[in-house]
Design a protein around this ligand. Structure first.
Ligand code: DAK
Length: 268
C-alpha cells in the first residue's frame, strides 16, 4: 500500500481518536463500537499513526489505549474483512498488524491497555503488545483463533507464553475458550483489576503515577525487559548494566538522585 493511500485512509476514517489530557496522559480510543472495535486495515493504520504521534509529542508522557463503548476493548481482527482476503492480502494484513503492534511495544512512552470488555483474538494480542494491562472485572479475554481454523497471528503465541507461561498459553490457544478477568489476573495476563465503574479512575491513577517517573528511565527499562526476553538472562543483564551506566550521563538521573537527597520531588 502506498503512503498516499495510507494517509487518505487515515484522514477519511476517524476510527481512532486521540485526546491529550492533563499530566501528560494521552487517551487513544478505537472508535468502532458497532463492530466491537474489531481491527480492520484502517484501524491498524490509524492506530500505528496515533502511536507515532504520541511517541513524538512532547506533551505525552503515558498512553492509555482502550475501545469505545462498555462492551468491548477489541473483539479481534475484523472477521468480515478477513474472510474475503486472498493469501497475498492476508500477508499484507499480517505485516501491517505486526508493524503496528511492534510500534506499540517500541513506543518510548509507557502504553497501558484499559481493557473495558471483550479482548479476544487480535484484541487480546493488542492488549499484550501494550506494556501494562488494567482490566474491568467484567472483561472476558481469550484467543479464539483455533475455533476459526487459525492461530494467533499478531504475536499472541509468544506474548501469552511470556506473560503466563507455556502451559497457560497452550490451554488458552488450544481450547479457544474465553476466560474471566479474574482468571487473566490470576495467571498474570492482566496487571490490575478494577470494578467497571472504577476502571477509568484506576487506570488514570496508574497513568499519572507513571507520568511522574523518569521518562528516560521508563523507556530504558521497557527496552531492557524486552531485550532480555529475546536474548536471555546473561545478555539481558549485560544490557542492564550498560543502560544503568548510560543513565548516569543524563540529567534526569542526576536530578532524581539529587532530589532524593534534598527531600523533594524531582524537577523534570
Ligand atoms: N470482526 C468483525 N465484526 C465483529 C467481530 C470481529 N472480530 N466481533 C464482533 N463483531 C461484530 C458482530 O458481527 C456484530 O455486528 P452486526 O451483526 O451487529 O453488524 C457486532 O460486532 C456485535 O457483535 P455480536 O452481535 O456478535 O455481539 P454478542 O454480544 O452476541 O457477542 C462476542 C459478542 C464478542 C462474543 C462475539 O461478537 C464474537 O464471538 N465475536 C468474534 C470474536 C472472535 O472470534 N475474535 C477473534 C477474531 S480472529 C493473523 C492475524 C490476526 C489474526 C489471525 C491471524 N495472521 C496475520 C496470520 C487474528 C485473528 C482474530 O482476531
Amino acid at each position: 500500500m502506498t503512503e498516499e493511500i495510507e494517509q487518505e485512509l487515515i484522514e477519511e476514517n476517524e476510527v481512532v481518536s486521540l485526546e491529550i489530557l492533563d499530566d501528560g496522559v494521552a487517551r487513544l480510543t478505537i472508535e468502532r463500537e458497532s463492530a466491537l472495535n474489531a481491527l480492520n486495515v484502517e484501524t491498524l493504520l490509524s492506530l500505528r499513526d496515533a502511536i507515532i504521534d504520541c511517541a513524538e509529542s512532547e506533551d505525552v508522557k503515558v498512553v492509555i489505549l482502550t475501545g469505545s463503548g462498555d462492551k468491548a476493548f477489541v473483539a479481534g481482527a475484523d472477521i468480515a474483512e478477513m474472510k474475503d482476503m486472498t493469501p497475498l492480502e492476508a500477508r499484507d494484513f499480517s505485516h501491517l498488524g505486526q508493524d503496528t503492534f511492534a510500534t506499540i511495544e517500541a513506543c518510548p512512552k509507557p502504553v497501558i491497555a484499559m481493557v473495558n470488555g471483550f479482548a479476544l483474538g487480535g484484541g487480546l494480542e493488542l492488549a499484550m503488545a501494550c506494556h501494562l494491562r488494567v482490566a474491568s472485572s467484567k472483561a472476558k479475554l481469550g484467543l479464539p483463533e483455533t475455533s476459526l481454523g487459525l492461530i494467533p497471528g499478531f504475536g499472541g503465541t509468544q506474548r501469552l507464553a511470556q506473560l503466563a507461561g507455556a502451559g497457560v498459553a497452550r490451554e488458552w490457544i488450544l481450547s479457544a475458550d474465553m476466560f474471566s478477568a479474574e482468571e487473566a489476573h490470576r495467571v498474570g495476563v492482566v496487571n490490575r483489576l478494577a470494578d467497571p465503574e472504577n476502571l477509568e479512575a484506576e487506570t488514570f491513577e496508574l497513568a499519572r503515577t507513571l507520568s511522574s517517573r523518569g521518562a528516560l528511565a521508563m523507556k530504558t527499562a521497557n527496552e531492557v525487559v524486552r531485550l532480555g526476553l529475546e536474548v536471555g538472562q546473561s545478555e539481558g543483564e549485560a544490557s542492564e548494566s550498560d543502560n544503568f551506566a548510560l543513565l548516569f550521563s543524563n540529567e534526569e538521573a542526576r536530578e532524581g538522585l539529587k532530589a532524593f537527597t534534598e527531600k523533594r520531588k524531582p524537577n523534570w
